[in-house]
Design a binder for this molecule. Structure first.
Ligand code: UD1
Ligand code: CA
Length: 463
C-alpha cells in the first residue's frame, strides 16, 4: 500500500463509565507506568500511521480533552460524544459520521493498553491485503471469565461471539475470547450497524454482533489470533490495572537493560513510560523513576531513590534514599544519602549535597558543597562555596519568601542561620553558630553570636 495513512482511520471507544473502577476519574485517564491509558492507546495509532482517529467519549469529557491537548498527535483527532452509554455497537455508530467512507478502520477499546502495534498491523493487513470486511482479534486465555467467547463452525470459521452474560454453560468453557480489536472496511460499517439490536442480557447494542451480521450478509469475516494473549488484557478494575502495570513495567525494564542499563534487581525497579536512561546507568533495588526523568551515562542510583522529573548528569552518584523532584543535578556530582532536592533546584557539576540536606528552588554552582544536615531554600550558592553542617536559610517570615545569595568560595560555618533576604559576598566567612541578619561583604568575616563565658571552679567540689 503506497500511502496507508490517508486510508487508515481508527476509532477508540472510551465513553463507558468504568463502574468497576469505583473511581471519580474516568477509566481511560487512570495511569499505567505514569501515563494515562488513553495516551498509551494513541501511541499505538502513531506507530500505525493512521490519518484520522475518532475518540468516543461521554458528554463529561473535559478532562479527556485536556489530557490530549498537550499530546499533539500526528493525525487528525476528532471527538464523538456518546451521551448515553447504550453499548459498544452504539458507541461505534456515534463515531461513523466522522469516518471516511473508504479505506480501513481499526476499532479498539480505550481500556486495553498493552496491545502492540505489530499485532494491530495484522488486523489492517487482513482488511487491506487479504480482503476481509471484518477482522477480529482473538486470544486464548487460561481464565476467559468476563470476556466475549468466540464461536466457530466445525471447520473453524468464526461464526460470532457470545458475551459472558449471554453464554450458556458450554459456551463459557470456550477459552478463545474476543480481545476487543477489530479491523473493518469502512464501507461495510454503516449498513451493518443499522442492523444491530439490543436483544441481549445487558440490553445493549453490542459491537460484537457485527461479525454475525456481516457473515450472514455474505461478507468476509476473519479471526486473527494474538500470539501473546497478555497483550489483550482488558483493564476493567484496579486488580487488572495492577496486573497490566506489572506487565508493562517488566517490558520497560527489559528494554532498558537491552539498551545497556544495569539493574541489580529488575523486579524492584519502577520506571515510568516516558523516562529516559543512557548507557551504563546502574539502578539499585527500590529505585523509582517517574515523569520526564532523564539520566545520563554512568550514573549510579542507589537503593530507594525516588526521582520525579529529574535530570541527572553524567557520572553522578545518587546515594541511598535520595528524593529529587522537578530539579537537575550536573555531572560527576554526589548527592545523598538521604538528600531531598525539589522545586526547580539546579545543582551544577561536581556539587556535593550530603546526608539530610534539603534544597528547594535553589541554584548551586559547580563544586559547591553542603555535605550535612542543611536547609537551603530560595537561595543561590556560588561555585566552590562550602555550606557547613546545620546551616539553615531562614527564607520565610510567615507570609513571604526571601532569597539568600552566597558568593563563590564563601564559607558558612556550621550551625549558622542566614535570615533572608541576605547576601554573603564572595570569599566571605561566617563563623560557626552565627545568626546572620545583615549582608556580609566579599572577603569579610562575620561573627554573630554571643561571646563564650567561662566560669572557673563553678561546680561545687563534693559533687
Ligand atoms: C468488551 C466486549 C467483549 C470483549 C472485551 C475485551 C462487547 C459487547 N464486549 O467487553 O466481547 O471480550 O470487551 O476487553 O463489546 N464503551 C463505550 N460506550 C458504551 C459502552 C462501552 O464507549 O456504551 C467503551 C468503554 O469505555 C470501553 C469499551 O467500550 O473502553 C469496552 O466496554 P466494556 O464495558 O469495558 O466492555 P467489556 O465488558 O470489557
Ligand atoms: Ca473492558
Amino acid at each position: 500500500m503506497s500511502n496507508p495513512s490517508s486510508q487508515r482511520s481508527a476509532v477508540v471507544l472510551a465513553a463507558g463509565q468504568g463502574t468497576r473502577f469505583k473511581s471519580r476519574r474516568i477509566k481511560i485517564l487512570h495511569e499505567l507506568c505514569g501515563k494515562p491509558m488513553l495516551l498509551h492507546i494513541l501511541d499505538k495509532l502513531k506507530a500505525l500511521e493512521v490519518g484520522r482517529a475518532v475518540l468516543v467519549v461521554a458528554s463529561e469529557a473535559e478532562e479527556v480533552r485536556r489530557t490530549v491537548e498537550d499530546y499533539a498527535p500526528p493525525f487528525d483527532l476528532q471527538f464523538a460524544v456518546q451521551t448515553k452509554q447504550l453499548g459498544t455497537g452504539h458507541a461505534l455508530a456515534t463515531a461513523v459520521p466522522y469516518l471516511p467512507d473508504q479505506g480501513s478502520v481499526l476499532v479498539l477499546y480505550g481500556d486495553t493498553p498493552l496491545i502492540s502495534p505489530r499485532t494491530l498491523q495484522r488486523l489492517f493487513q487482513a482488511v487491506e491485503e487479504e480482503g476481509a470486511d471484518e477482522a477480529l482479534l482473538t486470544a486464548i486465555l487460561d481464565d476467559p471469565y468476563g470476556y466475549g467467547r468466540i464461536l466457530r463452525d466445525p471447520e473453524g470459521n468464526p461464526l460470532g461471539t457470545v458475551e459472558e452474560k449471554d453464554a450458556d454453560e458450554a459456551q463459557r468453557k470456550i477459552r478463545e475470547v474476543n480481545s476487543g480489536f477489530y479491523g473493518f472496511k469502512a464501507s461495510v460499517l454503516k449498513p451493518a450497524l443499522s442492523e444491530l439490536d439490543n436483544d441481549n442480557a445487558a440490553g445493549e447494542y453490542y459491537l460484537t454482533d457485527l461479525l454475525d451480521i456481516l457473515r450472514s450478509g455474505g461478507k468476509r469475516v476473519r479471526a486473527v489470533m494474538a500470539e501473546d494473549a497478555s497483550e489483550t488484557l482488558g483493564v476493567n478494575d484496579r486488580l487488572q490495572l495492577a496486573h497490566a502495570e506489572g506487565l508493562m513495567r517488566r517490558q520497560i525494564n527489559r528494554r532498558w537493560m537491552r539498551e545497556g542499563v544495569t539493574m541489580l534487581d529488575p523486579s524492584r525497579v519502577l520506571i515510568d513510560a516516558e523516562v529516559e536512561l543512557a548507557r551504563d546507568v546502574t539502578l539499585y533495588p527500590g529505585v523509582v523513576l517517574q515523569g520526564g526523568t532523564r539520566i545520563a551515562e554512568e550514573v549510579e542510583v542507589r537503593s530507594n531513590c525516588h526521582l520525579v522529573n529529574a535530570l541527572v548528569g553524567r557520572g553522578t552518584l545518587l546515594d541511598q534514599g535520595t528524593v529529587i523532584r522537578d530539579s537537575s543535578v550536573g555531572e560527576e556530582a554526589r548527592v545523598g544519602p538521604y538528600a531531598h532536592l525539589r522545586g526547580g533546584t539546579q545543582a551544577g557539576d561536581r556539587v556535593r549535597i550530603g546526608n539530610f540536606v534539603e534544597v528547594k528552588k535553589s541554584i548551586l554552582e559547580e563544586d559547591a558543597k553542603a555535605a550535612h544536615l542543611t536547609y537551603l531554600g530560595d537561595s543561590s550558592i556560588g561555585r566552590q562555596a562550602n555550606i557547613g553542617a546545620g546551616t539553615i536559610t531562614c527564607n520565610y517570615d510567615g507570609k513571604r519568601k526571601y532569597r539568600t545569595v552566597i558568593g563563590e568560595r564563601a564559607f558558612i560555618g556550621s550551625n549558622s542561620q542566614l535570615v533572608a533576604p541576605v547576601t554573603i559576598g564572595a570569599g566571605a566567612y561566617v563563623a560557626a553558630g552565627s545568626t546572620i541578619t545583615e549582608d556580609v561583604p566579599p572577603g569579610a568575616l562575620a561573627i554573630a553570636r554571643s561571646r563564650q563565658v567561662v566560669k572557673p571552679d563553678w561546680t561545687p567540689e563534693d559533687d
